[in-house]
Design a protein around this ligand. Structure first.
Ligand SMILES: [Ca+2]
Ligand SMILES: [Ca+2]
Length: 314
């Protein structure tokens, strides 16, 4: 009888051990499955938020385009007192927020316009660009390698020029671009151009395709950009431009010439303007914990808007 009891006890013990072992195996599996489900739900949620943020940015791009088109169709000048200069907020559900800023591209010089439409050096711009580089303590010889990068030929200009032969000699795996720059960061590829030089130049330059009307808008150009217009232009002259446009923006370049502080000053009038055709849209969209940034370059022809490029990034 005692043997039978012992046998039954051993069997129960073995069964209990088996159940515990099975539970020890199954429970982590259940938890792992639960983790995966939660992870998948979280991913779906993130994707939805991401898509919503992207849609909100697109909606913002439409709104800014309408604002710019209306402005282009109804006004002759572009200045810092106009509606498009104000940040545009768009509130959504659950704290979602999208904001956009429209920036006038023509408050900067176009770096590609160092060469004119025929591919020749633009001597007026060369003087201005050189003056900017000098004021920023950047070697002016860099304009030689820039010129060579932009022009179509393979003949180096000046002691600091660089065409295919230079890049080959230096064992650099690419040659001169012989084409316009698509953005300022591309300058890093050129002979002698260091990243710190490019950062110093950002407040002065942008890169747009050639053939656009890229005259500098005197209603929106920053003080430092204006200061390199002419060596004859004094601080009093720059102040006069800034004060005048803050009270009454320029509607024609003739209004510039009659300012007493600019009397007798030679300005590169053919490179200046009072309106703009090139704009940047900078939009930030936040949806819960997801946020994305959109940048777009817009060309405007009166009321017609063309999006030249669009970038969306986390
Ligand atoms: Ca306008
Ligand atoms: Ca070249």
């Amino acid at each position: 009888m005692a043997d039978v009891k012992n046998h039954l006890g051993n069997e129960r013990g073995a069964i209990l051990l088996l159940v515990l072992a099975a539970a020890a195996f199954i429970i982590p599996l259940v938890y792992t499955g639960l983790d995966q489900r939660l992870f998948q739900i979280s991913q779906v949620d993130n994707n939805l938020q991401w898509q919503t943020a992207w849609r909100n940015s697109q909606s913002m791009l439409s709104q800014t385009s309408v604002i710019l088109a209306y402005d282009g169709a109804t006004t002759q000048s572009d200045n810092l007192l106009e509606m498009w200069t104000h940040p545009i907020p768009l509130r959504g559900l659950n704290g979602a927020m999208t904001t956009a800023i429209i920036e006038d591209g023509q408050r900067y010089w176009n770096i590609n316009s160092l060469l004119d439409g025929a591919g020749k050096l633009d001597s007026q711009r060369y003087k201005i660009y050189k003056s900017i580089l000098l004021s920023l303590d950047i070697p002016v010889g860099l304009l030689d390698s820039l010129r060579d990068w932009l022009d179509k030929d393979n003949i180096p200009h000046g002691p600091d020029g660089a065409e295919n032969e230079f890049y080959r000699r230096e064992k650099i795996y690419y040659g001169a671009g012989n084409a316009p720059l698509t953005n300022l960061a591309e300058l890093q590829l050129l002979r002698g151009w260091r990243p710190e030089y490019i950062e110093r130049l950002r407040p002065y330059f942008r890169a747009w395709p050639p053939g656009v009307n890229d005259n500098l808008n005197i209603n929106t150009a920053s003080c430092r950009v204006l200061s390199n217009l002419s060596p004859e232009l004094s601080v009093a002259g720059i102040d006069a431009i800034i004060r005048r446009r803050a009270e009454k923006p320029f509607t024609s370049l003739n209004e510039l010439t009659v300012l007493p502080e600019l009397n007798g000053i030679h300005l590169p009038m053919n490179l200046l303007g009072v309106s703009s055709n090139i704009f940047y849209i900078l939009s930030t969209s936040r949806q819960d914990h997801m946020a994305g940034r959109m940048r777009a370059l817009i060309f405007r022809d009166k009321g017609k808007i063309t999006i030249k490029w669009l970038r969306w990034e986390p």
